[in-house]
Design a protein around this ligand. Structure first.
Ligand code: PEP
Ligand code: MG
Length: 554
């Protein structure tokens, strides 16, 4: 049995087979080979297995994605016949006594850099194929599986360094029992996804992660933040008992469905859900969401090879609004950049991407992209109660610029005879300290606000939300953040506008008394947390919350 400790990023317990997702092209240790003959045999075996895998991938891609995509695998299989490549690998083993993994790694680096500097753009792109091939061979040599997240055959616990937004989109979510991650944090995309799917997840397992192997039986304890591999019978029995307890608690919470989230002394707060894809609507309704407080529209862009058309976007927004049957739906406009990248945007590499060209900054610069989204949003507004929210706002000038564009979009739609509602609410995210400082000015311009505590925390403490080395500074319950939120809420309420919270800390019941004391109007969270938060609201009194906040801020 191995037990690895990490941090809890999504509660719950799951057990099942581990599936270790291939890491990126990483450098293996350069240890001397014990027998060069044995290493040569290993590498030749891996090449044969890779050819078989590529053949299967070719067939699958041909049937599902067409000849052009399938050809990628054919080209890669042909590269495995190339004498220069094979000689290079064998020479590394015989002349430098390298182990098979390291020989393949070195060959990958060598040939991909040869291709990368070629003038012909087709040949240049083959550098990526070489890296892909080397990764495949190294994974085979290490006994790691080749399946991608879209091809999972059985329900598994997915183990990965971290999971990128593009991977979460490809993933067959119904087959993922849990995530266990080497890196990651409470606000990483894998964490957000895990909570919205209601599956357990553990992050920050560190170097111990490297001991995990596909096929082993494991228990992912998302509540305690640990992973147990090949548990003893006693440990397994202990976990079986915990699972029974958890499901009894789940059952108890079901009884709260349909009741209002109201404190003992009558203070009501709305509990909404965050979603990242239209197909999550049935699940959030089952979990008692009163509305959608954050629909991250990025999926439309991350899921596509090219800019999504107005029609594609319109259909997606319309389906969410119709599905929510008149409940409020807050759709956030494009928030790309930093850790969310779509290649066809061709964004330049930046030294400080979180402080760079992202979200509303892209939209106000590349207005064609923004106009397409706004047209789709406005057209969808006749199908429900739409609120449109803008991310990363730092000041009133941006809001004024947005309104200018919206006015033009409205005029165009009118002249085309296309309908839109005149009751759309427009709001902004509070996720920069600047927006807190000028909240009074912003409140004169918009209908509502929602605090993105993930970014507000990162920018307040100058601590990258994805950087483990500074995660000790990233405290969404710290005094600085609570003061920030209170200051924004006070200014916003003075202007009779409403304010919600849609960052991950909206579901943190330890912070709930503070939010209630400030009069936060709405909390938006992963669907799986709603009943738990409701349960906590029912047990609190506002008067006590006010006292608690006062003590905390003193
Ligand atoms: C936030 O920053 O808190 C937020 C909700 O937005 P995202 O996590 O998508 O950046
Ligand atoms: Mg944000």
């Amino acid at each position: 049995m191995i037990k690895l400790d990490g941090i809890s990023i999504s509660a719950g317990i799951a057990s099942g087979e581990l599936y270790v997702l291939s890491a990126a092209f990483e450098e293996p240790k350069n240890e001397p080979a014990e027998s060069t003959e044995a290493e040569k045999t290993r590498v030749d075996g891996a090449i044969e297995t890779a050819k078989e895998q590529l053949g299967e991938l070719y067939e699958k891609a041909h049937a599902t994605a067409g000849e052009e995509t399938a050809a990628i695998f054919e080209v890669q299989a042909m590269m495995l016949e190339d004498d220069d490549l094979l000689d290079y690998i064998h020479d590394m083993i015989t002349q430098k006594s390298a182990r098979a993994e390291y020989a393949v790694y070195e060959a990958g680096i060598h040939f991909s850099s040869v291709f990368a500097v070629m003038d012909d753009s087709y040949m240049k792109e083959r550098a990526v194929d070489i890296s892909d091939l080397a990764t495949r061979l190294i994974n085979i040599l290490r006994g790691r599986s080749d399946e991608t997240l879209s091809q999972l055959k059985n329900p598994v616990i997915v183990a990965a360094e971290d999971i990128m937004p593009s991977q979460t989109i490809q993933m067959d979510k119904s087959r993922v029992l849990a995530f266990v991650l080497k890196k990651g944090s409470m606000t990483s995309h894998a964490a957000i996804l895990a909570r919205s799917l209601g599956i357990p997840a553990v992050a920050s397992l560190g170097d111990g992660f490297d001991k995990l192997e596909s096929g082993s039986f494991a228990i992912a304890d998302g509540s305690a933040g640990c992973v147990v591999v090949e548990p003893t019978d006693d440990v397994k029995a202990e976990y079986d008992a915990k699972t029974v307890k958890l499901s009894a608690e789940k059952h108890r919470l079901q009884a709260l469905k349909g009741t209002q989230a109201k404190t003992k002394d009558g203070n009501v707060i709305s509990l909404y859900a965050n979603i990242g894809h239209p197909d999550e609507v049935p699940n959030i309704l089952v979990n008692d969401a009163e509305g959608i407080g954050l629909f991250r529209s990025e999926f439309l862009y991350l899921d596509n090879e090219d800019f999504p058309s107005e029609e594609t976007q319109f259909e997606a927004y319309k389906s969410v609004l119709c599905g929510m049957g008149g409940r409020r739906v807050v759709i956030r406009t494009l928030d790309l950049g930093a850790d969310k990248q779509a290649p066809y945007f061709n964004l330049e590499h930046e030294e400080n991407p979180a402080l760079g060209y992202r979200a509303i900054r892209i939209c106000l610069d590349r207005t064609d992209i923004f106009v397409t989204q706004l047209r789709a949003l406005l057209r969808s507004s006749v199908y429900g109660k739409l609120a449109v929210m803008f991310p990363m706002i730092v000041g009133a000038e941006e809001v004024k610029a947005i309104y200018k564009i919206i006015d033009k979009v409205k005029a165009d739609l009118k002249s085309e005879g296309r309908a839109f509602s005149d009751e759309i609410e427009f709001g902004i995210m509070i996720e920069t300290p600047a927006s807190v400082i000028v909240a009074d000015k912003l409140a004169e311009l918009v209908d509502f606000f929602s605090v993105g505590t993930n970014d507000l925390t990162q920018y307040t403490y100058a601590a990258d939300r994805l950087n483990q080395n500074v995660s000790y500074l990233f405290d969404s319950g710290g005094q600085a953040i609570i003061r920030m939120i209170k200051r924004a809420a006070d200014e916003i309420h003075k202007k009779n506008k409403w304010i919600g919270i849609c960052g991950e800390s909206a579901a943190d019941v330890s912070l709930l008394p503070y939010y209630l004391a400030m009069g936060i109007d709405e909390l938006s969270m992963s669907a799986g947390s709603i009943l738990q938060v409701k349960d906590a609201v029912l047990g609190l009194s506002s008067a006590e919350c006010v006292e608690k906040l006062k003590r905390f801020l003193d």
